[in-house]
Design a protein around this ligand. Sequence first.
Ligand code: PPS
Length: 500
Amino acid sequence: MPDEVLRDAPTYTPKPSEIADLELLLSGAYKPLTGFLGSADLTSLRRNGRLADGTAWPVPVTLEVPPGLIGQIDVADPTRRVLILADLEGAPIAAMNTAEVYPTRRGWGAAGTVKRLGDGGHGPFRRMRRTPAEVRGVLPQGRVLGVIADRPLHRPQLAQIARAARTLAAHLLVLVPVGSPGPDGLAPEALVRCVLAARDRMPPSTIVTLPLPHHDGDDIRAAMLRTRVAAAYGVTHLLASSDSMLSGGGLRVLVPRELAYDGRDGQWRSLDDIPPKHRRLPLTTAEIDDHLDRGTILPEWHTPPAVARELTRDRPPRRQRGLVVFFTGLSGSGKSTMATGVADALQETGERSITLLDGDIVRRHLSAGLTFSAADRDTNIKRIGWVAAEVGRHGGVAICCPIAPYHDGRAAAREFARNAGAGFVLVHVSTPLAECERRDRKGLYAKARAGLIKGMTGIDDPYETPVDAELTIDTTGLSYGEAVTTVLRYLGNNGWLDPR
Ligand code: PPS
């Protein structure tokens, strides 16, 4: 590709899951795919699970682009059909030779082959990324037992791995997906630390990371994709987790026997070989989360202490974990008052570091210049949500109290918190409009009714009632103290505060 074509080509940063797909396309893990799919392949895929040329392929690998970009690309002109795909910092990863742009349900899709430009960037444990060719180059001859470790490995999984490796006389290849937070919400780097912490409990192994993205759609197809990727990495036998039993991609999938802990000798063996009174079943994900939330140590019979230590580091007990308390409600509903009261009470106990992100104050600093248009409100809420999540990432408590009238903005704030490993409590202050209008502390409702201000939430701008609030409080007839106590009691009962 000539330099001036690259220089003049538009640059676009895809969504994280699309960047993960891109990395796998570039590394050869998605062989035979060499680029993002076009409409003919997608239609064929939907119809019969095959690409237009008949190759079996499990999931659509697509790139969505904003409408503004479409005008800058001309697929008929070789000098104007190149699109530079960049990472989140804007550094180029690849050049796409756009062969087609097509309308989708949500906007536009772009298809074409991709060629690597950058080194793939940085990031924690980047040195553990390997392409399939690199891994195949170092694997010993013979069978390769593959494990996709999207969750930490506890003793039951470690015992299954050891058994399978022994039975097959296979070398062990552990693939750690790091594209996005895993199913347990664990940050990718924390997952890698947990897997490495279990290394001395595994047979000799090769451990690599890869950005396996999450694809919408059914679990079977997602499992088929994983199987294909594992096969590309040289896996001959893939150890399935109990919830993904699938074959395909030219390898064998092993569904491990369910193991339990035998209290007589401390071994993990088949459930059926242990008398019920000596048998302990593996902890469920909910039980593990509960241990972590409360800060009780994961039992040694179940989890190697080194793994437990890493898990606790990433998910400290709730009373020490970062938290976003997000109040939403109409103007005058009492959310600022309650938020301030909760902040004061927590500051008095001294157990937490608090940041209060009040609607009015945010609009003076963080969101100065924003209006009350739908787009600006959305930006405002995303900014608040982002800052709150960063506070949470560092173990603090962020208390926010904007109106946040739209579901999408609130959902984005929740997602930011989740990705930062922080808790998120949505408090809907549901005081009805009539009561808010009666209070009308700032005289805004009167002005809105008189037509002096436009777009007032509740009057001529919508408030989408939350359906996912952890707590709903109507402050009509409630004293200040009662309202604040309700929130504090919720936080206490759910482990977010030190018991007193
Ligand atoms: S939003 O929708 O979440 O971005 O709003 P927020 O940042 O919380 O700002 C709400 C405060 O701005 C004042 N105000 C208005 N509210 C709603 N609609 C319109 N058109 C409007 N114009 C000004 C109002 O005083 C809100 O303060 P609170 O504390 O909620 O009463």
